[in-house]
Design a protein around this ligand. Structure first.
Ligand code: GLP
Length: 254
């Protein structure tokens, strides 16, 4: 794992966008794994700006999102489909047919999980997976558990996650209880991984991901076993990391 510590949320987005842009320049037909939540928004904004100003080309890029709430259609403003179009896709030149997000309205979630895995495999697998992290160290919607769930599957959300995500809803009762998420194996199969975290409420999760025991009780800890992970965190999220494993500290001016 490479730990890159930056000064701010905006800088985290810039560093992450640089990695994603580099991937696309090197391989225009890249397959990206994408995340929702407030964390990657600054990265999406930066990528959209790079597209606008220097023409970063997404026309051959394919994307697979990590997860979706069950029971939410693409036109629901709370859905991750809607989030991705609003925050990213509508600002770049990606082809709609190259965008994949699990279908939260599928009748049979097991079949939907299998379909999604086949789609990813059919595109040759994910080149670069972007991840946020939950306060309980979840990645995608892989919640703390007694075992690592392998492939795309239905999950019951933890109370802590429901609580954390309620800020996006009118009330906690509106937060869905179930989601469909890529599994740990799906994520670990990606060629490269970028894990992003910002703010002091993520410090404990970042510590568990980087220095804790590898255990399904802290799902992000599995990333310690991946061969190529960049962890990009701001100072607050890095607060509990020991000096010895703090890698690069990047401060950019302007
Ligand atoms: C959600 C998503 C995760 C995301 C996490 C953190 O539950 N399923 O993919 O990483 O929350 O969200 P945020 O970035 O808003 O803190």
């Amino acid at each position: 794992m490479r730990v890159i510590i930056v000064d701010s949320y905006e800088q985290m987005g810039v560093e992450a966008a640089n990695i994603v842009a580099g991937q696309i320049y090197l391989k225009p037909a890249s397959v990206l794994g994408l995340a929702t939540g407030s964390t990657p928004v600054s990265m999406y904004q930066r990528l959209a700006a790079v597209h606008r100003t220097v023409g970063l080309d997404f026309s051959e890029v394919t994307t697979f999102n990590l997860d979706e709430y069950i029971g939410m259609g693409a036109d629901n403003p709370q859905s991750y489909h809607y989030f991705m179009w609003e925050n990213f896709f509508k600002h770049i030149n990606i082809k709609p047919e190259n965008v994949y997000i699990p279908n939260g309205m599928a009748e049979d979630m097991e079949a939907e999980g299998e379909r999604y895995e086949k789609l990813i495999a059919g595109k040759g697998g994910i080149d670069l997976q972007v991840l946020g992290i939950g306060q309980n160290a979840h990645i995608g919607f892989n919640e703390p558990d007694v075992k690592f769930a392998a492939t795309t599957h239905k999950v019951e959300l933890d109370e802590e996650t429901i609580q954390a995500n309620s800020r996006f809803f009118g009330s906690i009762d509106e937060v869905p209880r179930y989601a469909i998420s890529m599994g740990i194996k799906t994520i670990m199969m990606a060629e490269h991984v970028v894990l992003l975290a910002s703010g002091k409420n993520k410090a404990r999760a970042v510590y568990k991901a980087v220095c804790g025991d590898v255990t399904p009780e802290a799902p992000a800890s599995i990333l310690q076993l991946h061969r190529d992970v960049a962890v990009i965190v701001d100072k607050e999220a890095a607060a509990l990391l020991p000096e010895t494993i703090r890698g690069v500290h990047i401060t950019r001016k302007g």
